[in-house]
Design a binder for this molecule. Sequence first.
Ligand SMILES: [Zn+2]
Length: 341
Amino acid sequence: MKVYCPYCKKEVDYKIEERQLKEFRGIEINTYENVAICKECNNDLYVDKIESDNNKRIYEIYRDKANIIKPQDIIELREKYNISQRELTSILGFGKMTINRYEKGGVPTKSQSDYIKLLIASNNEFIKKASEAYKNGSISQKTYEKIISKQENNKVSKEDIQDLYRKHIKEILNRKPDIYNGYTQLDLEKIENIISYIASKVKNLTITSLNKYLWYIDMLSFNQRSLGITGLTYQHEKFGPTIIEQEYNEISLLDDKYKREDYENENGTITKIVSNKNFDLSKLNENEIHIIDTIIKLLKDKTVTDISDMSHKEEGWKKTKRFERISFEYAMNLSMLKNNI
Ligand SMILES: [Zn+2]
């Protein structure tokens, strides 16, 4: 058998020497490894087959001695929650393809292995990790809900999920008061009550029109008082101003004060917001309630398309580009005021 020797710079014969290997990754393994040696210059040579045999032997002993998790255990963890390799990788916060490698026999470090074992042993730890991954955007809402639904005896309650939505919404939308939120601190409780109130007065409140109601309420408020009401930040989108980062989706999922109802029509799915009629306006002053009533009165008999067209006539929409945040300075010149109030 000949192999290329980089020292002799030619194909050479080699012999095999057995060397003791006491330790691997800090664990005593007391095995040996075979090393190919050039018969002409006595340097160590790399021979693929010999190295892979060494690795196989070393990893097997190491896995056993260090009590490293087996590929099958990882596969079973994924199957338990019905998640993909990529989803598990995201939850664990490991590098791309890590789980793929481990399931194919790659050997995790001792600390990674211990960590995965902990998550296998404790549902609560796993759910905690999954909820962190959901909150920082590493896994989707769909994945998170799938994991929760697989949870034995459903330790995560509906309230926990709602709280999680609220935490997520606040993390995205809670910003220092500035011209983009009408110099107003976000108040989610207030927002939920306002939405419930609007929905109680408006028959066909869709998510699209709700965005416009809230925007007009904040703009009118800023026009009159140099302050918003909700503390929300809005951006320019095709059908008019909307809450940034599509957080209106998350907000629509909060169901203490209102609920979502989906309807099918020829244009696809229409999502309506229906009030639970348990709103509490005690956090709002008379001025604010008057502003909200004014906008409701103005918009409630208009179709979504009319409301959308109306918002397209506003400077705040005309002078911004798609996905750009809409400054409250445009509240000083509302076309809606000239034509309607
Ligand atoms: Zn040589």
